[in-house]
Design a binder for this molecule. Sequence first.
Ligand code: CAA
Length: 379
Amino acid sequence: MVDFELSEDLSLLQATAREFADKELAPNAGLWDKEEKFPQEAIDKAAEMGFLSVTIPEEYGGTQIGNLGACVLLEEINRGCASTGVTISVHNSLFCSPLVKFGTPEQKQKYLPKMATGEWLGAYCLSEAGAGSDAAGLRCMAKKDGSDWILDGSKMWITTGSKADVFIVFARTGEHRTRGISAFLVEKAYEGCSVGKKEEKLGIRASPTTEILFDNCRVPGENLLGEEGEGFKIALDTLDGGRLGIASQSLGITRACLEASVRYAKEREQFGRPIAKFQAIQWKIADMATELDAARLLTWRAAWQRDKGVPVTKESAMAKLFASRLANRAAREAVQIHGGAGYTREFPVERYMRDARITEIYEGATDIQRLVIARDTLS
Ligand code: CAA
């Protein structure tokens, strides 16, 4: 049976998130971008509305609306502000979700209630200077010391790095390339854990991206997440969900581009008529609208499958691949429709173009998604 209608709960969530994005995010996103200002107030309000707890079970204070719910929410949020969008996405899908799936009851009890209220934000530390697409090439070390672990090394390009209170950190605990990696819950307040350089970025400039450094950082034994040596699988399983967040971010950016283009094309007159009357503009709008629907169907299908417990490695890679490329095409066309005006900061489309660029890079670059899809299809 196939049902293309959202449930009453998800429709309500969609409407609430849309109103929140229209009131709190869209009017401010340009200034936050310009000033590289973390949208703390908006994040606090999002937490009050339950948007930071969508992957957390009720017993820990969450709403646990699942992957499809998270996608519906994230499309709306990202339509207003992609920096706020990635902050919420990483917190929900890259931190809370693996903690719910692989954490002990004690770990969940300790962290999840704080994450649900937004008192604490979470981040995910996988990438390193020498380990981007080749995530298993990571060199950050964790050595046993009694029942504790000592972490040494540095992580790069960590989303929410300077604002997060606790990280899931992947570190090497053995020689084997992929089975010698373990995952740890590391609080920023632990001695030896610090925030390094903050990156100056092309887009999502209100989302702080930093290095996270570990220098003889002592992590209690009970903060090992999952089994020793299971870390790489936890990392990749988590990214199967995270990639749906980035696909949804791409949907939100695409919708913002489409809506801005329609608005402008109806207002802007050239050759004595609104430019929306010209087929050259209409074709662009038609392609954007069609591909947006296709990308949403791919994304929601994968989220629906993941909610059912079905493996979605290929499906989530397909959703991210298609949606992120679309966001870039749509942003380019939106700027083109706006002409010279679109190239200025008077209109948000130049920001959409800069923000869209990262969707083809983080949580697995476009060619990594193609590699994942090709491996599965050829196997
Ligand atoms: N779920 C669970 N386990 C998985 C899995 C998945 N989706 N995919 C693979 N595995 C398992 C494999 O079965 C294998 O298990 P065994 O050791 O038992 O055989 C193990 O993991 C190793 O898998 P591979 O041999 O496929 O590993 P690989 O090194 O060849 O490459 C890769 C895998 C797909 C290239 C992977 O490295 C990858 O996805 N790279 C991209 C990295 C990435 O996405 N980084 C994102 C950084 S986080 C971020 O960007 C957040 C942000 O800022 C917003």
